[in-house]
Structure formats: C-alpha cells, structure tokens
Design a protein around this ligand. Structure first.
Ligand code: PHE
Length: 342
C-alpha cells in the first residue's frame, strides 16, 4: 500500500489527480481507512503492531500529498512567471489629459470673486419664454430692443399662435426667475450661455454673460460701483480699478449705465487700473420698478442694482486671446495652448 501510493503521488501531474489519490487512500472509504477499520477485529497483540503502522502510513501519505501539492503550485507559479513577465522599466503610454476651457476658468474665478462678496449662483434655462426674456423685463412686443437683439426664435406648431420661445438673448431673465422663486432681499450672479444672430471677430452666435442682481431696502448705484471695482481689481489682480458709468438705456433698469474700466494698452497688452483708455465691460443700472413688479416684488419697499458682463470678453482680455471665435472652434491645439490643466 505504501509503495503504491507514494509512487502514484510522486507521478501525479495536477491537483485533481492528487485529490483522487487522497480519496482512494485515506478518504472515508479509502484503502488505508478500510484497513484501519479492520483493526477492530484483530486481537490486542496484532492491533498493537498494526495500529501504529497504519497511523504512520496515513501521516506519511498525508505529508506526501501536501508536499506534492506545494510542489505543483510552485511549478505552476514558475511557469506563469516565465510566460507572464512584465517589464516594469518600460515607459508608460501617455494618456492625453483634457484641459479646462478658458471660459470655464474665468467663470469659476468670477464666481469665486462674487462669492467672497456674498453673491450666490442662480441659473435659468437657455430656451426661454418670450415673457421672461422680454416682457417681464419691460421689453414689450413692439420695443426696438427686440429687433436689436437679433433673437433666435424657436418654431411653434402650425396654428399655435402663442409667442414662440426664444434662445435667451441675455442672462437677465434669471433676475425674474430668481425673484419669483426666492423673493427679496437677494444677492445673486447668474453666469451662462446666451444667443444672438451675430458673427464676426468679436461676436459669436453663442456667447457667455454673467448677470448680477442685488435687491434690498436701500441699495444704490454707489453699492454697484463698489462691487464692480472690487470685482475688476480681483479678476485682473491689481490693487484698484476705476469704474466709469456712462449714461445709457436698458428697458429693465432706470437709471442705466454702461460699465467702463480704466485701462491702457501697452504693446497690445491690456493693463487694468491705469492709463487713459476705457474698457467696455457691460451694462448695468437700478432695477426698473416695473421689473420688480413683474417678478412679484413690491417696488415701494425693495430696490437694487443689476448688471450684465460679457464673460468671453473678460477671458479674451485676461488671457490675451485676440479672436472670440476661437473660443468655440474646439481646435485641439488652441485648447492645449490656452486651456488650464485640471
Ligand atoms: N442684459 C443686458 C444685455 O444683455 C445687460 C444688462 C444687464 C444691463 C443688467 C443692465 C442690467 O446687454
């Protein structure tokens, strides 16, 4: 029995064979186990001789099985190591990493600057109703501002004569949506995409604005001016920027003012805060009482300012990007050059 099993175990080539041999030898009905059962029928003298022998045999077979099993595992590992080796000194394959678009970068910076001044972010839809984009902002149907805005209109079903929805022409409708939903007082900015049918070096049919709105009981143009000065100084990383208000007209503000930042151009590079030039940054004013009323706010109690800045323009100026159209071409080389690593 001993010779037979030790030889078979030595010759086994895989774990399955070893398992079969284990069952045949020392399993419940294995040859060694059966022989052990015979012990009961032996005389005490015979048992004293045969018992230890069988026990020793069982141990020897168990040990042989374990040793062989370990041997097979080692051999298998060796074989794998020989075929599946990995050269850890090979250089890795480079994975192209994306970059953060300058518009996203500036939007984040602008948002952070206004957040420091207590403004939170509000959003509205890009497909907007005629009411929010125009009427609620005191731009009635016949108003010339509608024609000036080069609006994209959505199609309506045949026979549906309600005013068509539009691609929002500015972020100002978010003023109404926010006031309706949250009431006064409020202090928000609303960055986002806006659309106008216009295309040249400084105009694209889709561009980005950032709306600002602050409503409280005693907010004035002076507060607006301070907020814009703080904002420009922070964005362009200079100590101080002078803001100039130029009288203007928007249906949704009264009085209204264009926002200019004092600047100079040195070798084609913009310098903010110094010089004799003025940079046009956007529109602003005190929110018109009719606009407050349209949003369900009592104009006898509440007042405040609003402004709208062109984000793309700020990005062009801050990063010295000459052509607005390049922002939206998705040219990989351009994106790698002007993009920011994550
Ligand atoms: N909505 C105006 C525009 O698109 C900008 C603006 C916003 C003006 C808020 C005044 C107040 O040009």
């Amino acid at each position: 029995l001993r010779e037979k099993y030790l030889a078979l175990i030595a010759r086994a080539e895989d774990e399955a064979t070893l398992e079969t041999l284990r069952v045949q030898a020392i399993g419940k009905k294995g040859e060694v186990s059966l022989a052990m059962r015979e012990l009961g029928r032996m005389s005490p003298e015979e048992r004293q001789v045969a018992g230890p022998k069988l026990n020793a045999l069982k141990s020897e077979i168990t040990a042989a099985l374990t040793a062989k099993k370990a041997g097979l595992a080692d051999a298998a590992l060796d074989a794998r190591l020989r075929t599946e080796w990995l050269d850890v000194t090979l250089p890795g394959r480079p994975r192209p990493a994306g970059t953060i678009h300058p518009i996203s970068q500036v939007t984040e910076e602008v948002t952070a600057i206004f957040a420091d001044m207590g403004f939170s972010v509000a959003e509205g839809p890009q497909v907007e109703s005629d009411w929010y984009n125009f009427d609620a902002l005191n731009i009635p149907g016949h108003h010339p501002a509608r024609a000036e805005m080069d609006t994209f209109y959505m199609a309506r079903a045949d026979g549906d004569d309600r005013p068509p929805h539009v691609l929002r022409t500015h972020t100002s409708p978010v003023q109404i949506r926010h006031l309706e939903a949250h009431g006064a007082p409020c202090r928000i900015i609303a960055p986002g995409r806006v659309y106008r049918a216009d295309y040249d070096q400084t105009h694209t049919p889709m561009f980005n604005q950032i709306e600002g709105l602050a409503i409280d009981r005693d907010i004035s143009m002076a507060n607006l001016k301070w907020v814009l000065e703080e904002f420009a100084a922070a964005l362009f990383e200079v100590d101080q920027v002078e803001v100039r208000f130029r009288a203007s007209h928007f249906p949704f503000t009264e009085p209204s003012a264009e926002i200019d930042f004092r600047c100079s151009w040195v070798d084609g590079q913009l310098r903010l805060g110094e010089g004799d030039d003025w940079l046009e940054a956007g529109g602003s004013g005190m929110v018109h009482p009719k606009v407050l009323a349209a949003a369900g706010i009592d104009p006898d109690v509440w007042q405040g300012f609003a402004f709208g800045l062109g984000i793309d323009r700020l990005a062009m100026l801050k990063y010295g990007i000459p052509d607005l159209r390049a922002f939206f071409d998705s040219d990989q080389r351009w994106l790698r050059h002007y993009g920011f690593s994550a």
